[in-house]
Structure formats: C-alpha cells, structure tokens
Design a protein around this ligand. Structure first.
Ligand code: SF4
Length: 572
C-alpha cells in the first residue's frame, strides 16, 4: 500500500527529489523556499548544505551534477538573481546527472523586496521551466524534471509561488530509488566556456530549445481537461486551483511545462471553446504568447499584474474588471519585544544617523516611529550603499547596518572593496547568531551545519580585520551607554570601522525577565519610550504608558531611556 503524507509544496519537492535519487542539495534560506532544504536535511543519502549565498549554492550543486550525481539548487526569486551568472552559462555547458533549480516566487510580497516573475528567466536563459499547481504536482514534477534534465542535458527551472510552496495536500509517497552515479568524462569543449566553445554550445542550445518545444506539445504536464465548450481557461500554477474552485464545469489547458510553450496544444484548445480566458499570476507571459500566436483571448486587467491572485478575484478577471483592493488587516510589522536590534536602532536614531540598511529582520527598523533605517535594496548592499553615500557626503553621519548571515552572504566583499578603495566610515553588524527572518537557520558564523552538527566557525571580527577594517569592536548592544559612546567615537574617527553588536535573537534566547515597574507620578508623558516602537508598550487615553505583561521580555531598554526614571528596573 502506498503511504499518504500531508505535505507542503516545498516538502513535496524534497520528498520527490529524494526518491528520485538526489545526491546533493544546496541553498541559502529564503522564504518561501527554505523548507525544501530543511526537509532534505532530514533524509539520509542526500548531502545537504546551507551555502553562504545563492551563487555558491548553484555552483556547488551544478558541480555535483557535472561530476555525475543528481543535484538540486533551491532559492527564492531574488536569490536566483544572485545565481544568474552561473545559471546563464550552465545553460550552455549542460549537466551530466540531473540538475534542477527550484525557485519560489513571492507574489504579494509576503517577505520580499520585490515581486519579480521568474518565468521570464526561462526564455532569457533558454531553459525549460516546470510549474506545479499543488503538492502532488510538485512531488511528481520534480522527478520528471530530473529525468528530462538528463535526457536533454540541461538545467531545469522549477518555479513555485508562495501558495503552492506552503499549502499542504495529501500526497501518495513512495520509496527512494538509488540512481547510480553517471561517469564523469573530462570534456573541454562541453565544460570550458571560452568564446570558441561557447559559440558552438549556443548552436546546441537553440537546437535543444526546439526539441524541448516538441516535448512541450506531448508532455502530460500540459494537460487539456475537457469541460463545457462555452468557457475555457489557459492557466498555470495556483491560478489553476482557484479557477477549478470557481468554474468546475469549464474546460482547462493547465500548463505545467510552461516553457517552451506548446503552441499546437494552445491553438487546438483555443478552437475547442467559445470563450477563451488566460489567467496567470503576476506578469502577462502566457497572455502575450497566446496573442503572439494570433489567438483571441480575454485576460486579466493590468491592475491584477500587481500582487497575489485570490480565488475571489476570478470572476472579476473573467469580466475584465479592475482589481478592487481588499483592505489589509495585517498587523504592523515590528521588531519583537526584547529584540537586540532595537538597542542599536535606538542609538542610531538619537545620533541622527543616515542608515544604509539591508535584508533581514532589522529592515523593520524602518517602521515609524523608530524610522531608523533608510534604505533596503538587496543582500549585502548596506556596506556598498554606505560607501556610495559617503562618496557624495563624506562628512555625513552615515552608517551601514546588516545582519551576521547577510554579512557572510554578500557583506564581506563590500568591506574588502571599501578597504581597498580607501573608504572611511562605520558598518554595524547586527550579530544575532542566526538567519532570523527565515526562521533561524545556521550559517558559517554560527559554527553549526544545516543538521546542527558542529563545524568550523567563521570569526566575523577576524574576517573584518583581514579585509582591511581599521577598527573592529565587539559589543553587547544591551550595554546601551557604551554602545552610544562607541558609535559616536567611530563616527568621529577617520577610519574604516566595524562594530559587531552581538546578542542572540530573542527567538533563540527566550529568557524572559520581570517587566519594569511604572511610576505614574514621575511620568512626564514625553513619549520617548514610545519612540522605541516596542509592541509591549501601549499609550493609555491619558497619555501614560501601559506595559503588556504577556509581551514584555524584560530588556529594560525603555527603563534605560526614560529621562524621568518613571520606568524602573526591578533591580538596582
Ligand atoms: S519616557 Fe518616561 S516620562 Fe516619557 S512617557 Fe515614557 S515613561 Fe513617561
């Protein structure tokens, strides 16, 4: 009997790939893709790793495939941007054993800095793209992806979105098939992309695309589901699920092999229905292609190109109506009570610094009233944007702020660049000893592997010194007076300085101390404590402070800052 497991799309990818004989899997954590590697790390027989960044992850996994073992790379959409350099040329070298790049898009920007549509990458890189609509699709399609990767000597892009990655479904799972290693034979024209070889490989890539287009016509992943001849949908991914729910009697062309397109099947399907509608999340990729084929079809109003699609949008899309924004009831994003980053932002705010920020929890330092972080672009850009700011405003109070994992990902090169190019200034590494925003994954500076096993620990202070930083200080940000003095001193120094503000994330160090007492008689209602944006502090109708006992972690930052000593630590 086949076992049934309730699994998310991410878990289904991991399970399917493991059963298909996967040997190596690499990723840098990124929501909504993180659980793929976390699940794979729990299986025997797969060498898994948190790589320091996506480019590294892609190259390690590709190297394993070229050496003969089936391998997988996973990231979120913006992570693939970091790996684009090797991806574009891997399309030319091809692979040896199966190699799949799983990429999870984030329509609706639940936790990303943009909502780019990874489907564009397939034609750009001239690679096949597979797109599951559910966990069972993800489980089955990943096996198919590894097979066609080997059959056509190509990396395969495997695209999911947040809803597919995180929704759960019962999947009938099987057993692992041990796939023997493919022999590696040195082949310089295939794997050494000097211009002469690359030119020849480009010819092969174009031929491969034609072969893949032929496969797209006959693959069961592009499936016509006959229903009413009155209404037919061409769709893919999560949009298929929403449409099935709203229009169960309609006909469907469900695209699971989304590039190259199955032009013949699209034309055949279009002829079979009276009214044709293309429904897809984000960009009009299928829509434009269908129109390019000279086929008349309705499609969503351009307002639906922004944000996640929802089941209730389907009738509006079919009518060609505009999107009606649904008011958000989401709570305001805010740093956790007791978060060590709040100490640093409190100091930076009081010193009126301009802060070049980065990707991580600390981006929440931008939320008013804290409002102490002024840019957020991509991983590691705190260090390099800081340099850019200083090149124009050499005397400005400018600070670059990024996390420990982010520093290892892409911050190190910025420090090397700053030192080499004789830049002065101050970088603060908010070292909370984890990759917090994606749920607390290890990285080289934690000294633990993906399986929590001890490994070599990267010393942030040693790497900063070796990179050329002149002052490297390590401080517990809870010592707020010393931190304040140190920041002032380093801002005044004519040097390249790094302060490592080290205190574990509150989700690791869950120690909860007694909350401060409040003396109403002393309170001047100045509001300084509210400027910390601590969720444990609320303002009463009279303008006084109320401390939420269930939220307060006892960090005493409010007590340290209260000029009237109305907030009192429970110890002297
Ligand atoms: S900082 Fe102190 S004096 Fe000012 S409102 Fe808060 S408790 Fe009252």
């Amino acid at each position: 009997m086949t076992a049934q497991e309730l699994v998310s799309g991410d878990e289904a990818v991991a399970r399917g790939a493991w059963e298909a004989g996967l040997r190596v899997a690499c990723a840098y954590p990124g929501t909504p893709s993180t659980e793929i590697l976390e699940t794979l790390a729990g299986f025997d027989g797969v060498d898994t790793q948190w790589s320091v960044n996506e480019k590294v992850a892609f190259e390690v996994a590709l190297g394993a495939a070229i050496a003969g073992g089936r391998s997988l790379y996973a990231s979120k959409h913006v992570g693939l941007n970091v790996a684009m350099d090797p991806l574009m040329t891997a399309s030319y070298t091809g692979i040896n054993a199966g190699f799949v790049a799983v990429v999870c898009d984030d329509p609706g920007l639940a936790s990303s800095q943009n909502e780019q549509d990874t489907r564009w990458v397939a034609p750009y890189a001239k690679l096949p793209m597979i797109e599951p609509a559910s966990s069972s699709d993800a489980y089955n399609y990943i096996k198919y992806a590894l097979d066609i990767s080997e059959q056509f000597d190509t990396p395969v892009l495997f695209r999911m979105c947040t809803r597919v990655a995180h929704s759960k479904e019962n999947v009938a799972v099987g057993q692992r098939q041990e796939v023997p290693l493919k022999p590696f034979a040195p082949n310089i024209p295939k794997y050494v992309m000097v211009p002469r070889n690359a030119y020849q490989k480009h010819i092969l890539v174009e031929k491969r695309l034609l072969q893949l287009a032929a496969l797209s016509e006959k693959t069961p992943l592009n499936k016509i589901e006959k229903g009413s001849a009155k209404l037919g949908f061409i769709t893919s991914g999560i949009s298929y699920q929403y449409l099935k729910e709203c229009y169960p009697d309609a006909s469907f062309l469900k695209l699971g092999f989304t590039y190259p397109f199955c032009d013949g099947k699209i034309a055949l399907f279009a002829k079979s229905v009276k009214e044709l509608v293309v429904v897809e999340e984000l960009d009009p990729i299928i829509e434009d292609h269908v129109r390019m084929l000279g086929i008349k079809a309705k499609a969503k109003h351009p307002s639906f190109r922004i944000g996640e699609l929802l089941p209730q949008y389907m009738p509006l899309i079919c009518k060609g109506a505009k999107k009606k924004e649904i008011p958000s009831t989401a709570r305001k994003p805010v740093l956790c009570p007791g978060c060590p980053h709040r100490f640093v932002f409190s100091v930076l705010r009081r010193n009126k610094t301009v802060v070049a920020g980065d990707i991580g929890c600390y981006t929440l330092g931008a939320s008013p009233p804290l409002a102490a972080l002024h840019t957020c672009l991509c991983m590691g850009s705190a260090v390099t944007l800081h340099e850019g700011f200083r090149r124009i405003l050499p005397d400005g109070k400018i600070v670059g702020v990024l996390g420990d994992s982010t520093f290892v990902h892409s911050g190190i090169t910025g420090i090397v660049n700053a030192a080499y190019n004789r830049m002065k200034g101050l970088i603060i590494v908010l070292d909370n000893s984890t990759t917090a925003m994606t749920g607390g994954q290890n990285h080289p500076a934690t000294g633990k592997t993906i399986r929590d096993e001890p490994t070599k620990q990267l010393s942030l202070e040693a790497i900063c010194k070796a990179s050329g930083a002149e002052n490297v200080d390590v401080i517990d940000p809870k010592n707020i007076k010393q931190l304040d003095a140190l920041v002032r001193q380093r801002l005044a120094d004519n040097a390249l300085s790094v302060i490592i503000a080290r205190r574990p994330c509150k989700l690791i160090d869950r120690e909860r101390l007694q909350m401060p007492a409040f003396d109403k008689a002393k309170c001047k209602s100045c509001g300084i404590c509210f400027s910390l944006d601590c969720p444990a502090l609320t303002r009463t109708a009279e303008g006084f402070v109320e401390i939420n006992k269930s939220l307060c972690a006892g960090c005493y930052l409010c007590a340290d800052l209260c000029p009237a000593e109305a907030l009192i630590k429970p110890f002297k």
